[in-house]
Design a protein around this ligand. Structure first.
Ligand SMILES: *Cc1c(COP(=O)(O)O)cnc(C)c1O
Length: 427
C-alpha cells in the first residue's frame, strides 16, 4: 500500500502535482477567465453539470491547489480560499444560516469575528448567542433553540489563548443536529487537527502563521465531508432543497459529501465574490512550504519567553498553555501535544499604563496589529483590536484591560528575551 504522506511532506508537496513538462513550482494563473471551445461546454459549467474554471470570482487553479494543500493538512476533503479570515468566517456561517436563523459561538473569539457575529450578521437577521467555552455541557445545551444551525469556536482563542475542548463542543453540536465549525488559525494543522476530534468545518485566517511572513491577507474554509446534512434536512434547506439560482439543483443530491463546500463556492463566491487573488495564493503557498519548520521554532521560542516572563518580578500573570501550571495545560496536552502556538499573553504589575510604557520601550518587537508571523510583534488588545468592545464585552471575551499580546517570532530567542528585559527595566 502507498504510504500516506506526513504533514511535513504535505506542507512542501501537496496541492500541485505537475504533469509532464509543466512548471515544478505552482504557477500563478493570473487570468480572470478561461477559454472553451464550444458554447455548450461553457453552458454546462454554468449549470454545474461539468466542473471547470470559467471566471476567477468563483474559482482559480492557483487558489484551488493551495486550498487542496490546506485541506490535505487538515485531513479534510476539500477547501476554498477567501480574501480574508473575516470572509472565511462569514461564509462558513452564511452558507448554512439565513434570516431568522440562530447559531451559538464561544465568547472567546477574535474581536473582528465577535463584531461580525454580534453586529453585522444581526443586521442580516441572523442571531448569535455567546457561551463561555468552559461552561458545562448542560449550560451550553440550554443555549440551543429550534432554529440553531451551528456551533462555533476557536481552537486557541485570539488573543486570550483559551483552548477549546473540541470533543465536548463536537458532542454538543451533534446532539443537536448541527455542525461544529472551528477556527484553527492559531495552532494550524501542524499542531492541531480539529477534524480528528469531531469538528465538521475548519476555518482559517491564512494571514497569520500559514502565510507566516505578513505579506497577504487571506482565509480558507475546509470541509471534513463528515457532517450528514440530509439527516438534518429540515435545518439546512439551503443544502437539501433545490437552489433556484441553479435551475433547481440540490447540493446534497448532486455533490454528496462535497455539498457544503460546493455551495460555498458556486453560490456564495459567485454572489459575494470575496475570492483570494491568485498572486496572494501563490505567496501563501510559499509560506505553507515551511509552516512545519516555523511552527516548531515559534513554539520553542514562545515556551522560553513564557518561562522567562513567569519568573520576572514585574510580571503579574502569564498565559501560555506550555506552562505546567497554565489553566489550559491539560487540554493543550490532549489537543496539541507538540506545541500550541507562538503567542503568549501577560499582564504587568501596574496595569494599563505600565503595559503601554513597556510596549513603547521594545526595540526588536514591533507594535503592529498583526499577530503570528516570523517577526516578533506586540499589541495591547484593549487599546487596539478590541477598542470597539465595551468593558463588559471585553471581560466577557476574557480580555483583561492590562493584557499584552506578545507574538513570539522565529528570531534567536535570546535576542527576544534581551529586548523584553530592557523594556521591562524601563516600564
Ligand atoms: C486574524 C483572525 C481572523 C480574521 O482574519 P483576517 O485574515 O484578518 O480577516 C479570524 N480569526 C482569528 C482567530 C484570527 O486570528
Amino acid at each position: 500500500m502507498k504510504r500516506q504522506p506526513s504533514k511535513e511532506t504535505l506542507c512542501v508537496q501537496a496541492g500541485w502535482q505537475p504533469k509532464k513538462g509543466e512548471p515544478r513550482v505552482l504557477p500563478i494563473y493570473q487570468s480572470t477567465t478561461f477559454k472553451y471551445e464550444t458554447s455548450e461546454q461553457m453552458a454546462r459549467l454554468f449549470d454545474l453539470e461539468d466542473s471547470g474554471y470559467f471566471y476567477t470570482r468563483l474559482q482559480n487553479p492557483t487558489n484551488d491547489a493551495v486550498a487542496a494543500k490546506i485541506a490535505a493538512l487538515e485531513g479534510g476533503i476539500a477547501g476554498m480560499l477567501t480574501s480574508s479570515g473575516q470572509a472565511a468566517n462569514f461564509y462558513a456561517i452564511f452558507n448554512i444560516c439565513q434570516a431568522g436563523d440562530h447559531f451559538i459561538s464561544s465568547s472567546c473569539i477574535y474581536g473582528g469575528t465577535f463584531n461580525l457575529f454580534a453586529v453585522t450578521l444581526k443586521k442580516l437577521g441572523i442571531e448569535v448567542s455567546f457561551v463561555n467555552p468552559d461552561a458545562s455541557e448542560d449550560e451550553i445545551d440550554a443555549a440551543f433553540r429550534p432554529n440553531t444551525k451551528a456551533l462555533f469556536g476557536e481552537s486557541i482563542s485570539n488573543p486570550t489563548l483559551e483552548i477549546l475542548d473540541i470533543e465536548k463542543f463536537a458532542r454538543i453540536a451533534h446532539k443537536h443536529g448541527v455542525p461544529l465549525i472551528v477556527d484553527n488559525t492559531f495552532p494550524t494543522p501542524i499542531n492541531c487537527r480539529p477534524f480528528e476530534w469531531g469538528a465538521d468545518i475548519v476555518v482559517h485566517s491564512t494571514t497569520k502563521y500559514m502565510d507566516g511572513h505578513a505579506t497577504s491577507v487571506g482565509g480558507a474554509i475546509i470541509d471534513s465531508g463528515n457532517f450528514d446534512w440530509e439527516a438534518n434536512a429540515d435545518k439546512f434547506p439551503g443544502l437539501c432543497t433545490p437552489d433556484e439560482s441553479y435551475h433547481g439543483l440540490t447540493y446534497t443530491q448532486s455533490f454528496g459529501k462535497m455539498a457544503y463546500i460546493t455551495k460555498a463556492t458556486a453560490q456564495l463566491m459567485r454572489d459575494l465574490g470575496s475570492i483570494q487573488s491568485p498572486q496572494n495564493a501563490f505567496l501563501l503557498n510559499i509560506g505553507l512550504e515551511t509552516l512545519h519548520l516555523r511552527m516548531q521554532q515559534h513554539c520553542r521560542n514562545a515556551q522560553a519567553v513564557a518561562e522567562y516572563l513567569s519568573q520576572h518580578k514585574k510580571v503579574a500573570w502569564v498565559n501560555y498553555s506550555g506552562l505546567p501550571n497554565d489553566k489550559y495545560h491539560t487540554l493543550a496536552q490532549k489537543y496539541m501535544p507538540n506545541g500550541s502556538c507562538g503567542v503568549v499573553t501577560f499582564g504587568l504589575k501596574g496595569g494599563r499604563e505600565t503595559a503601554i510604557r513597556f510596549m513603547d520601550s521594545l526595540e526588536l518587537a514591533a507594535i503592529v496589529t498583526h499577530v503570528a508571523d516570523a517577526r516578533t510583534c506586540v499589541l495591547h488588545p484593549a487599546s487596539h483590536t478590541h477598542r470597539q468592545l465595551t468593558d463588559e464585552q471585553l471581560i466577557a471575551a476574557g480580555v483583561q484591560p492590562d493584557l499584552i499580546r506578545f507574538s513570539v517570532g522565529i528570531e534567536n530567542v535570546n535576542d527576544i528575551i534581551a529586548d523584553i528585559e530592557q523594556a521591562l527595566e524601563k516600564a
